[in-house]
Design a protein around this ligand. Structure first.
Ligand SMILES: Cc1ncc(C[n+]2csc(CCOP(=O)(O)OP(=O)(O)O)c2C)c(N)n1
Ligand SMILES: [Mg+2]
Length: 911
C-alpha cells in the first residue's frame, strides 16, 4: 500500500530531481490546479503505456489538509481546554470509582482518553442538536468511549452525581448508567448501540441512506441532518465495518462521516504491527469512493515537515510500521531523536533546533484541536460533493493517562490508576483537586454558573441543544386500517391454493395502497423478491434509487417491469442481509430517530436471518426497533430442494432468545393477518417496544376460513359465531387455539398440535388414525411456542413471588384446561420448541420436528426423513398411546410395517 520508493533504488537521481523540480515549479508559478491537471494528463499517458504506478490511492503519511489551508479556530481555546480537562478527569473517575468500590465492574479508560478531542471539537462546533433544523445530527459514539460522553452530560447538568456513581450499576432501574450506548436501558439518552464492533459503522451507513430515503420520498426533510460515526481502528477488522462502504459512495451519502480513531491499537496489541493501518484504511476508503482526510500530526510537526524539502522525512514516515510508532509513544526524546530521526542526517538536521523534551512533545494529529477542527470543517465544505468522508485520526491509546497507560499493549484492559498516576494526571490536567482527596478520585464539577459550564452550554444552545438525546415516543399518530381491511384474509379460499408467503405479499401490497398509512410501509428485500413472488411491487411502487432510473429497463412495456425511482418505496438491498438488517433497524427506529414512524417489513430467507445477522437483530432490539421480520422459505422440509445451507428448521428457536421479539409460525392466511394487524396496533398505537418474527412458507394450500366467520359457518354447516371468532383471534395471538375438534370420540382420543405447513400433515394423520386405528383427535393450531412459553414463565414467576395472592394461570394452561392427553406436537421446526412447553402440558407430550442438518429431496421424502409426515406422525401417536398403556406394542409394530416406514432408517439427528 505504501507509496514509498526507497532512494537507494533510484538509478538516476539527477533525472528524478529534474522531474520533481518541474512539478514544483508548476506548483509555485501556476498553482496547484494547473499542477493537478498536468499530473492527470501524465497519468493518462502512463495508463496508455501500462506504466501507471500502483497504490496511487494512498497519500503520504502526513495531514491531508496543508497548514496553509487550516481555518482559524473560532472557539475560546483556553476555555475549551479547561472543559476538556474536566471531562477527561471525570471520565477516568467514573471508571476508577466504580472499580474501586465494586471490583470487576469494568469499564474503559483508554479509548475515550485517545478520542476526547474528537468529541469535544464536535460538541463545541459541529454536532447539531435535536432542536436544529431537520432534527439534528445523528451520532454513533464509539461504545468504549461512553464514560466521556456521560462526563460531558454531568458537566452540562443533565446527569446528577448519583448517576455518575452508578456507572455500570443499573439494577436499580432509572438510576444507573449503562456500560455502553444502550437505548434499551437509557431510552431518552442513547440512540444507537455501537459496542458490538462493526454494528455501529454499518448502521450509520444505512441510517444516512434512510435519511435520504425519507427525503426523496417526501416524508421528511432530512437534508440538514448529518450522520457522524466514531469507530476504532481495530473495529475496522470487522467485515460489517468496511463491507458496505461502497453503498455509501454509490448513494452519494455526503451526509455521512466516519471518524476512525487510529490509535494503532486494539485490545491485545497493535492493529497492524507490521503495517500501517491508516494507510491501509485510506486505500480502502478511497477505493470505495470516499473522501479521506488524514489527521496524522499535531501542529508541532508543521515546522519540521516544512523543512523536509527533499521529502526524506515523508518517505521515512511512510515506511515506519505501526508497531514501531507505538514503541516511540513513550520513548524519551533522546531515543526518538536517535532511533527515528537518526536514520538520516538530513532528518536529524530538521530537529536539531528542538530539545529532547520538545521532541517528546511532538503530538499526533488526533490530539490537536486545531487539526481536528480543520478536518471537521472540511467535511462541512465537502457537503454537496456527493461523497461520504472518512477522517482518519492518528492518536495515542490512553493519551494523557500517564506512562502506565499511553500506548502500552495492556492499556485497553486497565480499569484503575495507581496513586501516583492519579496525582500525575491531576497535575497534567491542572485541576483543583486536593492531594488528600485524590485517592478517592472524586468527581469534579466547577458549578453550573462557572464560566466553563456556561461556555459549553452556550455552544450547545447555538448548535440546537444537548446530546445525546433520544425521543422515546411516537410524535405523529399512525392511522391503522380497521377490521374490514383484513376480512378478505379471514374468509379463506373455496378454490385454488396459496402459500403464506403469497398471502403476505398480497397483504403487504394492500397495506402499501392504504391511503392513510401506506406511505409509511417500508418493504425491504435482499435480492429475493422473485423467490417470494413479490416482484410485482417493483412496478407498483418502485424500487428506491437515489438516481432514479438512468436506463430503459429490459422489461419496460411489460406489466411487471423493473422500475427504479427516486421516490420508490421498496428497498431492494442486493445480496446483503447485513445491509438489509441495517436498513430494517433504521426504518424500525425512525419513529424515535426522525420522529416519523415507519413500518418496515423485511422479508428474507429464514436461514439467513438469526444465524447470519443475529447480532444485528440483537442490536435492533437494543434500539427499540418496531417492525416485522419475515422469515420466508421457512421450514426444514417445506423449502425442499435447496439442501442443508438453506433449509431452516431452527430460527424460531433462535428467536426465542430475543425476548423483545414476538415470534410466530402461522399455518393459515387468517392467522397471518391477525398477527400482523395486532402487531401494528401494539407497536404503533400502544407503543410497545417489541418487534415481530413471522415464518412464511412457500407451500401452496387451500386456505381455510377463520373459525367463527361466515364462510366457516357455511363450510361446516354451523352458525356464525362472533364469540368463536374472537376466541380464535385471541388464541392465534396467545399461541394456541382449537382448530378442529373431533366430531365423535373413538376408542382412543388424542390431542394433536400442528404449525405451519405441517398442520396439513397433522390433519392427514388425524384422518388416517380415525380411519384405520380407531383413534380420534382434536387438532390445535399452535402459532407460537415462544409466546406461550414466555407467558407461562411470567405467570410462574409472579406466582412464586406472590404466594398468597390468587395464582395467575398461564394461557397454555387456560387453553388446555380440562383437556385430556396425550398430546402429540409436530412442526417444521425443531422438537425443542414444543419441548419447551412440557411443564405446562397436562399430560404426556410427544414432540416431532426437524433436528438435524437435513438434505435436499422432495417435501414428501424430507418429511419422511424427519418423521413429520402423515405416516410417521400416525406411528408417533400410536406409540404415545402404547406408552400410556392403551395400545399394544404389536399394534405399533404392525403400523410401522403397514405404513411402509423403515424402522432402521437413518436417524435425522445424525445427518
Ligand atoms: C463484535 C465484538 N467483538 C469483540 C469485542 C471486544 N472488544 C471490545 S473493544 C475491543 C478492541 C477495540 O479496539 P479499537 O476498535 O481499536 O478501539 P480503541 O482502540 O479506540 O479502544 C474488542 C476486541 C466487541 N466489543 N465486539
Ligand atoms: Mg484502536
Amino acid at each position: 500500500m505504501s507509496t514509498h520508493l526507497p532512494e537507494a533504488t533510484d538509478r538516476d537521481p539527477q533525472e528524478t530531481r529534474e522531474w520533481i523540480d518541474s512539478l514544483e515549479s508548476v506548483v509555485a508559478h501556476e498553482g496547484p490546479e494547473r499542477a493537478r491537471y498536468i499530473l492527470r494528463r501524465v497519468m493518462e499517458a502512463a495508463r496508455l503505456h501500462r506504466v501507471e504506478p500502483k497504490g496511487a490511492l494512498v497519500s503520504d503519511y502526513v495531514n491531508t489538509i496543508p497548514v496553509a489551508d487550516e481555518p482559524n479556530f473560532p472557539g475560546d481555546r483556553e476555555m475549551e481546554k479547561r472543559v476538556r480537562r474536566i471531562i477527561r478527569w471525570n471520565a477516568m473517575a467514573m471508571v476508577q470509582r466504580a472499580n474501586t468500590k465494586f471490583p470487576g465492574l469494568g469499564g474503559h479508560l483508554s479509548s475515550y482518553a485517545s478520542s476526547a478531542s474528537f468529541y469535544e471539537v464536535g460538541f463545541n462546533h459541529f454536532f447539531r442538536g435535536p432542536d436544529a433544523e431537520g432534527g439534528g445530527d445523528l451520532i454513533f459514539y464509539q461504545g468504549h468511549a461512553a464514560p466521556g460522553i456521560y462526563s460531558r452530560s454531568f458537566l452540562e447538568g443533565r446527569l446528577p452525581i448519583e448517576a455518575m456513581e452508578r456507572f455500570r450499576r443499573e439494577a436499580q432501574r432509572g438510576m444507573g448508567l449503562s456500560s455502553y450506548p444502550h437505548p434499551r436501558l437509557m431510552q431518552e439518552y442513547w440512540q444507537f448501540p455501537t459496542v458490538s464492533m462493526g454494528i455501529g459503522p454499518i448502521s450509520a451507513i444505512y441510517q444516512a441512506r434512510f435519511a435520504r430515503y425519507l427525503q426523496n420520498r417526501g416524508i421528511k426533510n432530512t437534508d440538514a441532518s448529518h450522520v457522524w460515526a466514531f469507530l476504532g481502528d481495530g473495529e475496522c477488522d470487522e467485515p460489517e465495518s468496511l463491507g458496505q462502504l461502497s453503498i455509501a459512495a454509490r448513494e452519494k451519502l455526503d451526509n455521512l462521516t466516519f471518524v476512525v480513531n487510529c490509535n494503532l491499537q486494539r485490545l491485545d496489541g497493535p492493529v497492524r504491527g507490521n503495517g500501517k493501518i491508516v494507510q491501509e484504511l485510506e486505500g480502502i476508503f478511497r477505493g470505495a469512493g470516499w473522501d479521506v482526510i488524514k489527521v496524522i500530526w499535531g501542529p508541532e510537526w508543521d515546522d519540521i515537515l516544512a523543512r523536509d524539502h527533499e521529502g526524506v522525512l515523508r518517505r521515512h514516515l511512510n515506511t515506519v510500521v505501526d508497531g514501531q510508532f507505538q514503541r516511540f509513544t513513550n520513548a524519551p526524546g533522546a531515543e526518538v531523536r536517535s532511533e527515528f530521526f537518526g536514520k538520516d542526517p538530513r532528518m536529524l538536521e530538521m530537529v536539531a533546533h528542538l530539545s529532547d523534551k520538545q521532541i517528546e512533545g511532538l503530538r499526533r494529529g488526533g490530539h490537536s484541536y486545531r487539526k481536528l477542527y480543520a478536518a471537521f470543517q472540511r467535511v462541512k465544505e465537502l457537503k454537496g460533493q456527493g461523497r461520504p468522508v472518512a477522517i482518519l485520526a492518528h492518536t495515542v491509546k490512553g493519551w494523557t493517562l500517564g506512562e502506565g497507560f499511553e500506548g502500552v499493549n495492556a492499556t485497553h484492559q486497565k480499569k484503575k490508576m495507581g496513586a501516583d498516576e492519579l496525582k500525575a494526571f491531576r497535575d497534567k490536567l491542572n485541576l483543583p483537586i486536593s492531594d488528600a482527596s485524590l485517592k478517592d478520585a472524586p468527581f469534579y464539577h466547577p458549578g453550573m454558573d462557572s464560566p466553563e459550564v456556561e461556555y459549553m452550554l452556550e455552544r450547545r444552545r447555538q448548535l440546537g441543544g444537548v446530546m445525546p438525546t433520544r425521543r422515546g415516543k411516537i410524535q405523529v399518530p399512525v392511522e391503522l386500517p380497521d377490521d374490514t381491511f383484513y376480512h378478505e384474509f379471514h374468509s379463506g379460499m373455496t378454490k385454488g391454493e396459496a402459500s403464506t408467503t403469497m398471502v403476505f405479499s398480497r397483504l403487504l401490497a394492500k397495506l402499501i395502497r392504504d391511503k392513510k398509512m401506506g406511505k409509511r410501509v417500508v418493504p425491504i428485500i435482499p435480492d429475493e423478491a422473485r423467490t417470494f413472488g413479490m416482484d410485482a411491487l417493483f412496478s407498483q411502487v418502485g424500487i428506491y434509487a437515489a438516481d432514479g432510473q438512468l436506463y430503459e429497463p429490459i422489461d419496460k412495456g411489460k406489466l411487471l417491469y423493473y422500475k427504479e425511482s427516486k421516490s420508490g418505496q421498496v428497498l431492494e438491498e442486493g445480496i446483503t442481509e447485513a445491509g438489509a438488517m441495517a436498513s430494517f433497524s433504521a426504518a424500525a427506529t425512525s419513529y424515535a430517530v426522525f420522529g416519523e414512524p415507519m413500518i418496515p417489513f423485511y422479508i428474507f430467507y429464514s436461514m439467513f436471518g438469526f444465524q447470519r445477522v443475529g447480532d444485528q437483530i440483537w442490536a435492533a432490539g437494543d434500539m427499540l426497533s418496531r417492525g416485522f421480520l419475515l422469515g420466508a422459505t421457512a421450514g426444514r422440509t417445506t423449502l425442499n430442494g435447496e439442501g442443508l445451507q438453506h433449509e431452516d428448521g431452527h430460527s424460531l428457536l433462535n428467536a426465542l432468545a430475543f425476548t423483545c421479539i414476538k415470534s410466530y409460525d402461522p399455518a393459515f392466511a387468517y392467522e397471518l393477518a391477525v398477527i400482523i394487524q395486532d402487531g401494528m396496533k401494539r407497536m404503533y398505537t400502544d407503543e410497545e417496544n417489541i418487534f415481530y418474527y413471522i415464518t412464511v412458507y412457500n407451500e401452496d394450500i387451500t386456505m381455510p376460513p377463520m373459525p367463527g366467520n361466515a364462510n366457516w359457518a357455511e363450510k361446516w354447516g354451523k352458525p356464525e359465531s362472533a364469540e368463536l371468532l374472537e376466541k380464535t383471534r385471541r388464541g392465534i395471538l396467545d399461541g394456541i387455539y382449537l382448530y378442529q375438534s373431533a366430531d365423535n370420540k373413538l376408542s382412543h382420543h388424542v390431542q394433536l398440535f400442528g404449525s405451519g405447513p405441517i398442520m396439513g400433515r397433522v390433519l392427514e394423520a388425524r384422518d388416517l388414525l380415525a380411519e384405520k386405528y380407531g383413534v380420534s383427535a382434536d387438532v390445535w393450531s399452535v402459532t407460537s411456542y415462544g409466546e406461550l412459553r414466555n407467558d407461562a414463565l411470567e405467570c410462574d414467576r409472579w406466582n412464586r413471588l406472590h404466594p398468597e395472592a390468587d395464582p395467575r394461570t398461564p394461557r397454555i394452561s387456560q387453553a388446555l384446561a380440562g383437556v385430556e392427553g396425550p398430546f402429540i406436537a409436530a412442526s417444521d421446526y425443531v422438537k425443542a420448541l414444543p419441548d419447551l412447553l412440557r411443564e405446562w402440558i397436562p399430560g404426556r407430550l410427544t414432540s416431532l420436528g426437524t433436528e438435524g442438518y437435513g438434505m435436499s429431496d422432495t417435501r414428501e421424502q424430507l418429511r419422511r426423513h424427519f418423521e413429520i409426515d402423515c405416516e410417521t406422525i400416525t406411528i408417533a401417536v400410536l406409540d404415545t398411546l402404547r406408552k400410556e398403556g392403551k395400545v399394544a406394542a404389536s399394534v405399533v409394530a404392525q403400523a410401522i410395517k403397514d405404513l411402509g416406514v423403515d424402522a432402521d432408517k437413518l436417524d435425522p439427528l445424525h445427518v
